[in-house]
Design a protein around this ligand. Sequence first.
Ligand code: WTA
Length: 630
Amino acid sequence: MAESFNVKLEDTRYTPEKSYQENSWLGGYDPAYQRFLNDPEAFWADIAGELEWYRPWERVREWKHPYARWFTGAKCNITHNCLDRHINGIHRNKVALIWRGEEEGDERVLTYRQLSRQVLRFANALKKLGVAKGDAVCIYMPLVPEHVVAILACARIGAVHSIVYGGFGAAALNTRIRDAKAKIVITADVGIRRGKRVALKTIVDEAVVNAPSVDHIIVLRRTKPQLELYSEMELDFYEIMENVEPVCEPEVMDAEDPLFILYTSGTTGTPKGIVHTCGGYMVGTYYTTKYIFDMKEHDVHWCTADPGWITGHSYIVYGPLLAGATVLITETTPDYPDPGIWWRIIEDFGVTIFYTAPTAIRMFMKFGEEWPEKYNLESLRIIGSVGEPLNPEAFEWYYRVIGKSACPILDTWWQTETGMHMITTTVGEPMKPGFAGRPIPGIVADVVDKQGNPVPPKIGGLLVIKEPWPAMLRTVYNNDERYRQYWEKIPPYYTAGDLAVKDEDGYIMVLGRADDIIIVSGHNLGTAEVESALVSHEAVAEAAVIGVPDVVKGQAVKAFVILKIGYQPSEKLKSDLTYHVRMSLGPIAMPAAIEFVPSLPKTRSGKIMRRVLKAQEMGIDPGDISTLEE
Ligand code: WTA
């Protein structure tokens, strides 16, 4: 881990109009943070009290480092709060979900009542297939309404969903199915991307080989003629919903029962199955959607992530539905059929809250201002960013060109592990380009040195969270040891693995990862994962992977490869290896560059020193290399 270091900070700030804060749910940052400090448990209890529970909690929080339990003894079901609570109230016929396909006019709209009817039927269909509380269900789908239906149906019956992003390849899907021991895989025949069909079912076919836990594959068939389903094992998404009861009482869940597993890259080759629970996650995502995004009755919320990432779990599905919002989802890619498509969607649907990633913003900067200028973006009220640092240039562009120098930008720092926003400038507070902001009310975060002492302003250090929070991960599936590591690096704090720096006002700038994780277009990749995909190719003896700067993607993958004896370096082999990684892990993991090398820098114990490769690549001093062998 890095030591503390000096960072040069600029002090530009933008302050949104007063009315933003006056009319916000949170009110001002300082009084809200003070309310939290005065009585943290009362603070969270008040928020939890806005939701409906079958049985109230005995204690708000139980903390025995490194294990926390929230809302102990309480019973709930998150879908009751996402669906029934609205249907029983004034939101029965409010639009819950708007879907827009790639084709103009390809739209579907579901009210809360309609969404609920689908969810309940699908939940009953899962039950009929023998899925019970605690069983794992893998969802590998394109961004269509049925994806959301599948997620909520699992939660309805207490099945633990494990969503795998539809861009992952067969090997990555297989690892995740096997680790979670998924009984069911829910998929679609195809996803649609840039006018082309991506055959998802074919990838599932490959991924379920050697995955004995899988009893059934449920397939949403979108294309005509319909894909043929072969064995007893394969079932049609809508056929199984036909002869089931329309009513499905929610499973009564303990607040601490698992809600889902979501795999994220770690520093070893195996991804970590982050486990989130029903009660705390529900309160955390509800709180941040309502009080941080400041979700109001008439908001149309568009988060451009995919449900396969935590951002989609928390801010496409659970948070907004808990808050009773209208959620826009779309299968479109940002530059197809042209780079105006996203702005056209904002105009068409009157999107008011827009949440995207810095990589997308940088891509739009390259396309030029003429694209957003063609459309009316006046409906936008709040714009957000997540996934990697929002660099000042991208901030300025986003603020001026998209937000028309009026919208607050929420640069939200958080993680798969945190489940919910942790650090951001709240609505109406002064914003500083490059800085995510301060820890939100409810969260205690700091920048510290290796010993856990806070570092002074303008000195870089490690980002830690000092107190447990409701939506925190509870364990790593099948590997509690890896869970404990988060809390044991700088005890008693949670170490996020990020480098950061604070200024005099307590604003935090996140600088990037302190470990072997590369963030490519906002997606986390473990270097070890890509390396093991490379060495699984017959020509490769050894491989090392680093992240190199990329103007649009933030970082890109560069691979150094030692070939086995008998193989010669060639351009053809480079493209074979790239293709091989694409097929195993998916397009996001594809190396942007491959270099064949005779040896790799290693420590005496045989660990590859990626730091040295990176320093060579960037032409900088690699620092202390005394542990290097050669
Ligand atoms: C990075 C995504 C800077 C960070 C929700 C973190 C950010 C990792 C920001 C988690 C931000 C996320 N500014 N860096 N606003 N948001 N990150 O698990 O390195 O996919 O540790 O969760 O993304 O990525 P994950």
